[in-house]
Design a protein around this ligand. Structure first.
Ligand code: AMP
Ligand code: MG
Length: 481
């Protein structure tokens, strides 16, 4: 369907007025299209072949039928401290598309100017952070991890000041839900319980419609959010993804990865890795993520107390650790190529993590290499500083593999579809960003290709499949974006 024929809806605007502020985007000067996502266009049933029109649309200049633009209000715990009001300070919602499968996607322009919630910010996003979000959300999707996505990214000549003058960009983000844990916190902390209940009904309808007729539906709602969060945390850990800013305003009620900031994929396995330069105490370190998932769920739980009895919510959250472990065990069992997995495999996994850490082994490359493993160990050992701990682990692994009924060939095929050859490491993104800042977007295109299909061989991009050069390992990024 052509952009001009689309009729948008605005379900969020049926909520009480305190939930949002109506605001129009402020376009960037001299916008140009950097990349468009054909898969997302197809999912939305939008024809994006006219790039001029698409650019105008992403720049907020082309208003579609039914568009009624707004920013959402929310609060949140940032690094453990409650901030009474945050909200979409630089994201403007431009309407909702319902596709032929009756799926609903909300469109949002990130970097489209100031809103009521901008506080001291300028409502803008710079090119580097926009490229990071655009590519990474697609990479997470490619890995089978729940995430928001993006339809397109535009650059511009619009000056935006951070530590120095940079250029503004806009990403058109797409999601089945933009409701955050912090959205609930806002109404609970301001004691606006009517709004809180309306929001809970809205979120149930949007993300968990099967709960609509349940008695005690708010309790079930919390339980489902907990389940999705536990699963998301297990998925992040299994691929070695460090989000970096797990504030409650960056936690999705729908269980999606949202708001990509200073994130990173692990280079060498390191449980204590911190990707966020400003996170000096490592609150959001790689290894802390599952625990922070629980901490954030507890903040959500307190916000839901006006709607559900505390004891009932406590019973649900007390199950988080067990649920997380189940998901993690299952995912790691698959990465290791086991037909079935059981609690006794935890020991083998622990031993492996210990070896990977002490031997400074690249996390992604290890599992990809293991996906070709027969009994020949040379390649795996070449990834390790010392051979003995890895040989000891492989002895145990060989014994464990004998429990598989499937053939070695079947195991390899399965593992190659689970253990990616490529993840978007920070040094790769950095290369693409440096070129982009000089007007060359070829590497953005290339990284997009591998992001969408990280399990394919892509012989032409082989150099990105190896271990990270020492000088680029463990890059930390700041929140500035
Ligand atoms: P983030 O850490 O990017 O998720 O942002 C945290 C809060 O700060 C959210 O309320 C954002 O909308 C807001 N924010 C971040 N950057 C800006 C900016 N440049 N202008 C206005 N608000 C911003
Ligand atoms: Mg955020």
């Amino acid at each position: 369907m052509n952009l001009k024929d689309i009729k948008l809806t605005n379900p969020y605007l049926e909520l009480p007025k305190l939930c949002y502020e109506k605001v129009n985007p402020s376009p960037l000067t001299k916008p140009f299209l950097i990349h468009a996502n054909d898969e997302v266009a197809k999912m939305l049933n939008i024809d994006i072949s006219d790039h001029n029109e698409l650019t105008q649309f992403v720049n907020g200049e082309l208003k579609l039928q039914g568009a009624d633009n707004f920013a959402m209000c929310y609060a949140g715990h940032q690094f453990g401290h409650y901030v009474p009001r945050l909200g979409d300070g630089r994201a403007i919602n431009i309407g909702t598309v319902i596709n032929e499968h009756n799926e609903q996607y909300h469109l949002q322009l990130k970097g489209a100017g100031e809103t009521l919630y901008s506080r001291s910010g300028d409502g803008r996003a710079v090119l580097r952070s926009s490229i990071r979000e655009y590519l990474m959300s697609e990479a997470m999707h490619g890995l089978g991890i729940e995430t928001t996505r993006a339809l397109a990214i535009i650059g511009s000549e619009h000056g935006v000041y951070r530590e120095t003058w940079e250029r503004g960009a806009i990403v058109l983000r797409v999601s089945p839900s933009w409701v955050r844990f912090g959205t609930f916190e806002y109404f609970a902390h301001t004691k606006n319980f009517k709004e809180l209940e309306a929001l809970a009904d809205y979120a149930i309808n949007e993300s968990y419609p099967h709960l609509n007729d349940e008695p005690n539906k708010y309790l079930h709602f919390f339980s489902e959010v907990m389940g999705k969060t536990a699963r998301l945390m297990a998925k992040w850990q299994s691929v070695g993804f460090n989000h970096g800013v797990m504030n409650t305003d960056n936690m999705s009620i729908h269980g999606l990865t949202i708001d990509y900031g200073p994130y990173a994929f692990l280079d060498d396995y390191d449980i204590n890795f911190i990707c966020n330069h400003t996170d000096q105490n490592g609150r959001y370190s790689f290894g802390n993520q599952p625990r922070i998932g629980e901490w954030n769920l507890r903040a959500l739980m307190l916000a839901l107390e006006p709607l559900v009895k505390r004891e009932q919510l406590e019973k649900v959250i007390n199950n988080y650790g067990r649920l997380y472990s189940r998901y993690f065990l299952y995912l790691m069992g698959r990465k290791l190529g086991f037909d079935e997995v059981s609690d006794k495999d935890f020991n083998l996994m622990k031993q492996l993590f210990g070896a990977l850490e002490s031997l400074h082994v690249d996390y992604t490359l290890f599992f990809r290499t293991l996906s070709h493993y027969t009994s020949e160990r040379k390649e795996l050992l070449s990834l390790c500083l010392l051979h003995t701990p890895m040989n000891e682990w492989l002895d145990e692994y060989d014994i464990r593999l004998k429990e598989n009924r499937s053939s070695t060939k079947e195991r390899h095929e399965r593992m190659l579809k689970i253990n990616p050859k490529y993840v978007l490491k920070n040094y790769m993104l950095q290369e693409a960003i440096e070129d982009a800042e000089n007007g060359d977007f070829k590497k953005v295109d290339a990284l997009f290709t591998i992001a969408q299909n990280p399990f394919a061989e892509h012989k032409e991009f082989e150099r990105w499949a190896g271990k990270t050069d020492d000088k680029f390992k463990n890059l930390k990024l700041s929140c500035s974006s």
